[in-house]
Structure formats: C-alpha cells, structure tokens
Design a protein around this ligand. Structure first.
Ligand code: SME
Length: 156
C-alpha cells in the first residue's frame, strides 16, 4: 500500500520542477500527468480539461481515451467548474449525470484551477476503486491547482 502522505509532497516538488522546464505548455502538462500517474497507483486516469469557448475541452492526460468536450454543470467535471470547488465522488454510479468515459472508473475527484477568480481548467482523476480519494488527495491536488494557476500554462 502506497503512503500518500509521503508521496504527495515529493510529487509537488517534482511537478514544480517540471513546470519550470520552460517547455511547450501541452508538453509540460503531459509531463505533469505522467508524473502523477506513475507515482500514484490509485490514479487510473488523470488529466486536464481546459476552458475554451464556454466549454471544457480535453487536455493532456494519462489513461484511457476520454470524451472531448463537457458543458458547464454536466458530469463531475462540469459540476466542479460550475461550483468553482473540488468535487469528490466516492462512487460514480451514485453521482447523477456522471459521464462514464471508461466503464472501469469507480470513483473520481475533480479540482478546479482558478486564476483571477475564473476557472481556467480542471484536474480530473479517476480510480478503478470505490472511495479512492480522501482529504489527502484533495489537499495536495488543490495545492497543485494553486501552483498551476500561477503559471501561464493555460493561457489562451
Ligand atoms: N467522469 C467525468 C468525465 C471525464 S472522464 O472521467 C475522463 C465527468 O463525469 O465529468
């Protein structure tokens, strides 16, 4: 069993270094999802949806093929966007309107990235296990979202 409390602080440091790599923004975001996916076995799918033209659009991710666009208020991602707040779903079958990109996903956490008071993107993580995400995941993913919000990685 992985000790999340130990792994997340190291990951935040690593991801901060990756952000400073000064690369092409989609490449940097791909590397961030790869680092998270590799380090945390409960991450089945991890990626970004980016706000463009009034919808969430699929961004860099690791995991199975996912849907391209999500409207505000739809699914877990669109709900986190509309509320501008983290949404933790212990059992996706109990979340009305959940969008099932993979039938293997059982639980999910979505964290908004808020820059100048606006949601510019969301971080979405799916697990194959029920109840996979707790306050530790939420704490560090929100820290990551704050770090990302202070960059130009989602600039139009
Ligand atoms: N389950 C999400 C859709 C995105 S996939 O999980 C990658 C939702 O309900 O918004």
């Amino acid at each position: 069993m992985v000790n999340k409390e130990e792994i997340y602080p190291e990951l935040i440091t690593y991801v901060t270094e990756l952000m400073q790599g000064n690369g092409y923004a989609p490449g940097v975001l791909c590397n961030i999802t790869a680092a998270l996916h590799d380090a945390l076995p409960h991450y089945f799918w991890v990626g970004f949806y980016v706000v463009r033209d009034g919808e969430l659009h699929l961004g860099p991710f690791q995991g199975p093929v996912a849907c391209y666009r999500i409207k505000k208020g739809r699914g877990v991602c669109g709900t986190a966007w509309a509320k501008a707040a983290t949404v933790v779903v212990p059992d996706v079958d109990q979340f009305p309107g959940h969008i099932a990109c993979s039938s293997l996903s059982r639980s999910e956490i979505v964290v908004p990235i808020i820059s100048d008071g606006e949601v510019v993107a969301i971080i979405d993580v799916d697990s194959r296990d029920l109840n996979a995400f707790d306050a530790t995941d939420q704490h560090y993913l929100e820290q990551l979202a704050c770090l990302l919000a202070s960059t130009t990685l989602f600039a139009t």
